[in-house]
Design a protein around this ligand. Structure first.
Ligand code: NAD
Length: 472
């Protein structure tokens, strides 16, 4: 049995010091924790406002406060104890590392990296690795917590984790990114493994990043360990269908949600924020399903074509230029205006906190399907619910990636590969069954889909915790 409560503040990587690794301290960022450590979620709720839409969101997104606020609501609904609340609000293990990089020019730079393992009650930790300049420990903590709920909700046998390096990958050569990845992997080596914690791609990382992690881990193990990562290249044991799995799942859920809202997908319009691994394929699959995708954006700007964007041509433009901006088959649009387009479906598939109290009152879509993690703040959630807008939460909507990551892990551990149609049909079955389950739970209790999904997930994690018991 594992110690589920006492370890919440314990050191990470017990062998780190012994192995002489640098900067892998227990909780070097402990001072960054919010002061309200006993009930972090309790004080996290934004105050109810008479005119919530009038107040703008704070300048910086606060995903950890958002995640804790969502957890607090589920805990209160389920009537769980303060002790359990504290356990679930606090990561089991977190590691901050210094990642020195030798640049191609010969100079050296230092980046900060993190790996947070939020929960292990249902299995090894699982979660993506993000490379972005604003990555910080609190963001990684939030993303790790959401992974725990996502894995539990979709009933894949994992806990939640997340990692990140505060680096802008666009500023580096491939060789520099390889060295950063290998050094970061070496630093977190003591706490990852196919039975401990399994990284995957997220913002700024891809299958090549996963190949470097797999190789670094395997070289240090002395044999090839394909189960250490998911989202790796097919030729190294990746799963058919993994690269597009998150977007396929988003599309299955979006089509079901549109129908649930009384809208015919073939007569519906959509706007997609973010044109990366999730957003680009989501736009493509939606268009293939007959939805008219009229607007998309990326971090540089947005484009609009009221008659429907040619997603294939737009993807070719992005491959050639690195951005949707300047696409000949569309007019330019302000990036922020994408979220308030007059469309039936809005798919935020970029970053956290983009739908907030300052703009939720202006959203015109009837259905929001969260391709990104944490795009909607709790304050925006309340406004959108009051306005009758259906929000399908991230832990359900974008779970296709972790479902096929689970399939990839199973295949890699058995060295037995499935056909693409097997992967895709099993993905669809799991996504739609989770959708029905969450919808039924929400309707029976008059809850938002987010509260229902979070409560269902928290119930499953709490049940696993109860059955395993508290060690010693
Ligand atoms: P990515 O790096 O491949 O793409 C991110 C996209 O978002 C890029 O087009 C970027 O330009 C754009 N972007 C960044 N900031 C923006 C902003 N402020 N406004 C508009 N666009 C912006 O990352 P990804 O893997 O597609 O991940 C996107 C989101 O989906 C993240 O929240 C991630 O955690 C989540 N997610 C990813 C997966 C996966 O399998 N990759 C699975 C589940 C959830």
């Amino acid at each position: 049995m594992t110690d589920l409560l006492a370890a919440t503040t314990a050191s990470t990587a017990p062998d780190a010091a012994a192995s002489g690794r640098t900067a892998a301290t227990a909780h070097p960022a402990a001072s960054a924790r919010p002061a309200a450590s006993v009930h972090p979620a309790a004080s996290a709720r934004p105050a109810a406002s008479a005119h919530p839409a009038a107040s703008a969101r704070p300048a910086e997104p606060t995903p950890l406060l958002d995640a804790r606020s969502q957890l607090a609501e589920a805990i209160s609904l389920l009537g769980y104890t303060d002790g359990l609340h504290q356990m679930l609000a606090t990561p089991r293990r977190e590691l901050s590392v210094a990642v020195p990089l030798r640049m191609d020019s010969g100079e050296s730079r230092l980046y900060l990296g993190y790996r947070v393992q939020h929960n292990f009650s249902r299995g090894p930790a699982k979660g993506g690795l993000r490379y972005a300049p604003n990555v910080n420990l609190d963001e990684v903590r939030a993303l790790a917590m959401w992974m725990t709920w996502k894995c539990a909700l979709l009933d894949v046998p994992y806990g939640g984790a997340k990692g990140g390096v505060a680096i802008d990958p666009r500023e580096h050569s491939i060789a520099e990114l390889e060295r950063v990845t290998r050094r970061y992997t070496s630093e977190i080596l003591p706490i990852i493994g196919p039975e401990r914690d399994i990284p995957a791609p997220d913002i700024g990382t891809d299958e090549q990043t996963m190949a470097w992690i797999m190789d670094t881990y395997s070289v240090n193990s002395g044999y090839t360990v394909p189960g250490i990562v998911t989202g790796k290249p097919i030729s190294l044991g990746g799963s058919l269908g993994r690269a597009s799995a998150t977007s396929r799942g988003v599309t299955h859920i979006a089509l079901a949600a549109l129908r649930h809202a009384g809208l015919d997908p073939a007569r519906s319009t959509a706007a997609v924020q973010g044109f990366g691994k999730v957003g680009a394929d989501a736009a493509r699959f939606l268009a293939e399903a007959g939805v008219r995708v009229t607007a998309v954006s990326d971090q540089y700007g947005a484009v609009l074509n009221a008659g429907g964007l040619d997603i294939e041509a737009l993807s070719a433009h992005v491959r050639a230029t690195g951005s949707v901006v300047g696409f000949a088959g569309a007019e330019a649009l302000d990036g922020a205006a994408l979220l308030t387009q007059d469309v039936d479906l809005l798919v935020p598939a970029a970053v956290e906190g983009v739908l907030h109290e300052g703009n939720a009152g202006e959203v015109l879509a009837s259905v929001i399907v969260e391709g990104a993690n944490g795009p909607t703040t709790p304050g925006a959630d309340r406004i959108l619910r009051d306005r009758g807008i259906l929000v399908v939460p991230d832990i359900l909507a974008n779970a296709g990636g972790v479902i096929v990551s689970y399939f990839e892990w199973v295949q890699a551990n058995q060295a037995y590969w499935w056909r693409a149609d097997e992967v895709e049909s099993r993905l669809e079955e799991r996504m739609l069954s989770a959708w029905e389950h969450v919808l039924g739970y929400a309707e029976a209790r008059d809850l938002s889909l987010r509260t229902a999904a979070t409560a269902l997930a928290v119930e499953r994690v709490a049940e696993a915790h109860r059955l395993r018991g508290l060690y010693p």
